[in-house]
Design a protein around this ligand. Sequence first.
Ligand SMILES: Cc1cc2nc3c(=O)[nH]c(=O)nc-3n(C[C@H](O)[C@H](O)[C@H](O)COP(=O)(O)OP(=O)(O)OC[C@H]3O[C@@H](n4cnc5c(N)ncnc54)[C@H](O)[C@@H]3O)c2cc1C
Length: 561
Amino acid sequence: MKPVETDVLIVGAGPCGLMLANELGRRGIRVILVDREATVATAPQANATQARTMEHYRRLGFADEIRALGMPDDHPTDVAYFTTFSGHELARHKMPASRDAATFLRQQAHVWNGAELPHRVPQSLVEQTLCRKAQGLPTVSIWFETELEGFAQDDTGVLANLRETTGRAYQIRARYLFGADGGSSTVRKQLGIRYSGGETRQRDFMGGNMLSIYLDAPAFYDLKIPRAWMYWTFNRKRRALLATVDGRGSFVLQTQLREGEDANRMSEAEAGALFLQAVGRDLPFTVTGIASWLAGRALVAETFLDGRVLLGGDAIHLFTPTGGMGYNTAIEDAVNIGWKLAAVIKGQAAPDLVASYEAERRPVAIRNTTFALRFADSVGLYVPSPAIQDAGPAGDAARARAGAYLGSHAAREFTIPGFTFGARYDGSPVIVDDRTPVPPDAPSVYVPTAKPGGRAPHAWLADGRSLFDAFGFDWTLLCVHPSDPTVAAMRGEARQRGIDLEVVDISNEPVAMDLYEGAFTLVRPDQIVAWRGDHASADDARCVFDIVTAHAGARTVADVA
Ligand SMILES: Cc1cc2nc3c(=O)[nH]c(=O)nc-3n(C[C@H](O)[C@H](O)[C@H](O)COP(=O)(O)OP(=O)(O)OC[C@H]3O[C@@H](n4cnc5c(N)ncnc54)[C@H](O)[C@@H]3O)c2cc1C
């Protein structure tokens, strides 16, 4: 049988593969996405969609749909710490309900320089939306119950061997193969690529084999605890974390397995006993599932691609989920490679643009896994005084001390504009560096800057819109002098290359002008600043586009800097 032909074969319908299918499908690229399972994930798993991921959903036009999913819109997204849930509350980090997100964002614009706030929603619901959106694109086909068994590549493409659960085997010939097939990636293993970095650290929490217990427990709300998104316990018996799934009684309890405990052999009664231990008293509930996973890792693949075969998401980086970064980093991988693959396939960019994926994303994967592990250390290694459960002044003092620590930890782990907006691609071969200083990099602080290599800083426009809503879907030129010949030069160069360039006049937008500093700023389709300057001649414009589309050859950044 003749192989089925496509442009990009994506393996894995998790967040990374689904997002890539959307990015490519929106650009008219033919995509086949296969997954061996019958549906997208059904377990909630990731619960933190970070602000930058929400901005990408906004760019694709469905951020509001995602924000409407998950907990009721008046449910706070606080993170709260307790001895037991029927005992003492130690600390609370307040975050708004989804209906208040837009107002909160504008009030906190000095902290959150963004068009979106984070959102708390189960990964399963996000995946359903991403899948539905991709299925609605005419060039995208999604085939479940289809497993990739192996592949071979040559100079022009990849021949992949697939098998359906019915047993039917067939081949797909694609110009590129993208492995978004998770931590046990078949694609990565066939390429012989290994992870490197920190292995599991044993500690009492977030360091070793973790247990997820899925529960229906509406009676939890009878405890009359002010509502939160996450409820943590610290006590003499065992730490646990209870994450709200839907705000109506569905939860996931996470705790660490101790020696001799095995998630596969754990009965529902044993799992339920762990829940009641965290609650500190009896209440009705039903265990609906038990799963296990590994915490304490910060692993990054040694390389992200080999020829026409690329990898993304958990297939190239494994996180400890503190900070909620694994799925969000997977989404950014898909966003980074999506426009690049499309540009190369359409002939707008040189094939080397694809190689810049690793140059840009690998340092970010190392950065993000390191941030996540630091959060795991911060909460996992912290041991409060056993007196936190005692009555009287000694107990009060111990609780106050623990609360102060946990409150400040929560602010560091859960208000992370720097993590989500601050990743940079300095040193990338397809960025025109302007040699201005690199801003500081810390998870809880984002310094808005239009220095090339970073996310375009955000501004609210005079008419109340987000600057990002004025950007084109592909390239954008922000300009302060719309009649300067630079505009015609950049437009002409883009047109010749078949590149869509939206020109946005910000000369009447003082906030944006102040943020962007230069008279002209070229923003990539992934909203990363590629170049900025005060003027570009026709030659300069050619040179800029040569660099950012990897056609530069012998040219260097110095030619246009
Ligand atoms: C308890 C827990 C909580 C978490 N919380 C967060 C959080 O709050 N925020 C966050 O950002 N991250 C979180 N994560 C991490 C997040 O879940 C993962 O990083 C994310 O799922 C990775 O997405 P992915 O698309 O790379 O891979 P996956 O979601 O693993 O998807 C891979 C897909 O590939 C398919 N597949 C594999 N092999 C093949 C094959 N040979 N052929 C066909 N299909 C194949 C699989 O069936 C699967 O559907 C959490 C993880 C855990 C365990």
